[in-house]
Design a protein around this ligand. Structure first.
Ligand SMILES: Nc1ncnc2c1ncn2[C@@H]1O[C@H](COP(=O)(O)OP(=O)(O)OP(=O)(O)O)[C@@H](O)[C@H]1O
Length: 242
């Protein structure tokens, strides 16, 4: 499902947080929103999934304008801070989220088996979430986001606080979702992760400073390193002030 973001603005407390962002994410690709802390990545994701309304501009999934209740069924969202119930087991959490998506009893049971296996938590299904490590919580949060087999998956800093081995596993999982046709939007400030993506949107102070397929983006730098684009953007801004 293509996602079209067109001239979107959003302010909080009269401060412009998202500044006239326009871009299209092609169906079936992994698109990374890359930017320093506070640059507006989470806000952009919240705008795209329809959790908050834009002050100006439009967001379409194919031809459907967001927010749309119908589209919500096709969206999976893994928030930056886990939205899990600590006093419930992993399985009970998934049953709760499955209920929100109104999955029928049999489909839900099957999907719970599938997703627990995918994130390698089958043997921990009965444990209370409060006894989980941070990495286990991240994986359960991912399982909850994919329970209803969404066609578009939004992942807000999914690998923060998890070790490199698990990070690699999680990325292998994302690549498998992509092969199955899922469009993935992932926010990160880890420059390395951009190499896993088909294209990247570089967000700086609420503006889209670059957006392109990865090889084309890397070609714009002198040494093939993505962070250089941010240095270029920040020096341009400082230059503007002089
Ligand atoms: N509901 C809100 N009310 C007021 N300000 C907000 C709100 N949500 C976000 N902001 C502000 O908008 C800016 C962008 O925040 P956002 O969370 O989108 O950045 P981010 O790039 O996702 O950062 P991080 O990488 O640290 O998660 C920040 O200055 C933040 O304080």
């Amino acid at each position: 499902m293509d996602i079209h973001v067109s001239h979107v603005n959003k302010s909080f407390d009269r401060k412009l947080i998202i500044n006239d962002i326009t871009f299209t994410i092609p169906s079936g690709e992994i698109c990374c929103l890359l930017g320093p802390s506070g640059s507006g990545k989470t806000t952009l994701i919240r705008l795209m999934i329809g959790a908050i309304a834009a002050d100006q501009g439009t967001i379409h999934f194919e031809n459907t304008q967001m927010p749309s209740i119908e589209m919500l069924k096709k969206i999976g969202f893994m928030p930056q801070h886990n939205a899990l119930y600590d006093d419930l087991s992993a399985e009970a959490n998934l049953k709760f989220f499955g209920g929100l998506h109104r999955l029928g009893k049999h489909r839900l049971e099957r999907r719970i088996e599938d997703v627990l296996e995918m994130v390698e938590l089958t043997e921990h299904r009965s444990r209370l979430v409060k006894k989980f490590s941070n990495g286990m919580k991240k994986r359960l949060s991912l399982a909850a986001a994919i329970l209803h087999s969404p066609s578009v998956l939004f992942l807000d800093e999914p690998t923060v606080g998890i070790d490199p081995v698990l990070r690699r596993k999680v990325w292998e999982q994302f690549q498998a979702f992509k092969r199955a046709g899922t469009t993935i939007i992932v926010s990160t400030h880890v420059m390395d992760e951009v190499n896993e993506c088909d294209r990247a949107a570089l967000i700086y102070n609420g503006s889209l400073i670059e957006y392109d397929a990865l090889p084309a983006l890397l070609e714009k730098t002198e040494n093939g390193r993505v962070e250089e684009l941010f240095f270029m953007a920040s020096s341009k801004k400082e230059g503007d002030l002089k």
